[in-house]
Design a protein around this ligand. Structure first.
Ligand code: ADP
Length: 266
C-alpha cells in the first residue's frame, strides 16, 4: 500500500504531488507502458488526480497509447520561470519526451542528454495538485533510474513482468535495484502481465503461453505483494495502438482487471 511521501519544506520537489510511483520492468516488451497507461486511467476512474510521466526516454510510447502524438505542451511563465504544462487526455496529465523530439532522434541520445531531459521534465513541469504521479521508466537498471531517485523522492515502485523465466530473472534484478542501499525505495509489488490467454469460444480454458504463475511464485519467494495478473487480451493491444486504453471500457473483464490492480496499488 502507498504511504504519502514526506515533502521537504526547504527544497520541495513536486510539492503538490502526494505519491510518486515508478513503474519498472527488468526486460523490455513485457507491457510496462501498457500497464502504466491503463493503471493511470483506472486511478482517475477511482476519483484520483493522476499524472503520467513517460521516462522511457529512448522509446517513449505514452504519446501513442493516449493518441497524443501531435500534442505540443505549452510553456507558461510562473514567477519568472518557464514551466511546462502537461498534456491532458482522458483526465490524465501526461508528459513525455516524445512531445518534444522526434522519437527517432532520442534513440541516439547519450546518457547525459537523456538524464538532463528527464530532470527538466520533472523539475519544470506544472503538475499542480496530484494524488498520484506515475513514472513509466525505461526497462532495465540504467543511469536513468539512479537519476530519477536522486531527483524525486519516490513513494514506491511497481515492477511489471511476464511469467516467463527470462523476464522473471530481470524482474528480480529490478526489485533488488530498488531495495538495494543505493536506491532504497519500497517495492509496492509485482504485476504479472500476459499471465494467460483465453480464446472467446473456449472461455473456460486458460492457456499459459509464458508459463503459469511465474510472478506469483517470485512474489512469494521475495516476500513482495502480487498486485495483479493481467491476461493477454487482443483489446489491450488494440487499445494501446489506437490510443484508447482498454481500462476506459465499461465493466469489461479487462477494465475490471485494471480497476482491481489500481485498488491494489493505492
Ligand atoms: P514495454 O513498455 O514493457 O516495452 P509495452 O507496454 O510497449 O511493453 O507492450 C509491448 C507490446 O505488448 C505492445 O504491443 C502491447 O500492446 C502488447 N501488450 C502488452 N500487454 C498486453 C496484454 N496484456 N495483452 C495483449 N497485448 C499486450
Amino acid at each position: 500500500k502507498v504511504k504519502p511521501r514526506e515533502v521537504n519544506e526547504q527544497a520541495p520537489v513536486l510539492p503538490g504531488v502526494e505519491s510518486v510511483i515508478a513503474i519498472a520492468s527488468g526486460k523490455g516488451g513485457v507491457g510496462k507502458s501498457t500497464v502504466s497507461s491503463n493503471l493511470a486511467v483506472s486511478l482517475t476512474r477511482l476519483g484520483y488526480r493522476v499524472g503520467l510521466l513517460d521516462a522511457d526516454i529512448f522509446g517513449p510510447s505514452i504519446p501513442k497509447m493516449f493518441a497524443t502524438e501531435d500534442a505540443r505542451p505549452m510553456v507558461q511563465k510562473v514567477e519568472g520561470k518557464d514551466r511546462i504544462v502537461p498534456v491532458e487526455k482522458y483526465g490524465v496529465k501526461l508528459l513525455s519526451i516524445g512531445y518534444f523530439v522526434n522519437p527517432d532522434d532520442a534513440l541516439v541520445w547519450r546518457g547525459a542528454m537523456a538524464t538532463n531531459a528527464l530532470k527538466q521534465l520533472i523539475n519544470d513541469a506544472l503538475w499542480g495538485e496530484l494524488d498520484y504521479l506515475l513514472i513509466d521508466l525505461p526497462p532495465g537498471t540504467s543511469d536513468i533510474h539512479l537519476t530519477l531517485v536522486q531527483t524525486v523522492p519516490l513513494t514506491g515502485a511497481v515492477v511489471v513482468s511476464t511469467p516467463q523465466e527470462v523476464a522473471l530473472a530481470d524482474a528480480r534484478k529490478g526489485i533488488s535495484m530498488f531495495t538495494g542501499k543505493q536506491i532504497n525505495v519500497p517495492v509496492l509489488g509485482l504485476v504479472e502481465n500476459m499471465a494467460w490467454f483465453t480464446p472467446k469460444e473456449l472461455s473456460e480454458n486458460r492457456y499459459y503461453i509464458f508459463g503459469k504463475d511465474g510472478c506469483k511464485k517470485l512474489a512469494e519467494t521475495l516476500n513482495v505483494p502480487l498486485l495483479g495478473q493481467i491476461p493477454i487480451v487482443q483489446g489491450i493491444r488494440e487499445g494501446g495502438d489506437e490510443g484508447v486504453p482498454a481500462a476506459m471500457e465499461d465493466s469489461t473483464m479487462t477494465s475490471v482487471a485494471f480497476a482491481k490492480l489500481a485498488e491494489a496499488v493505492v
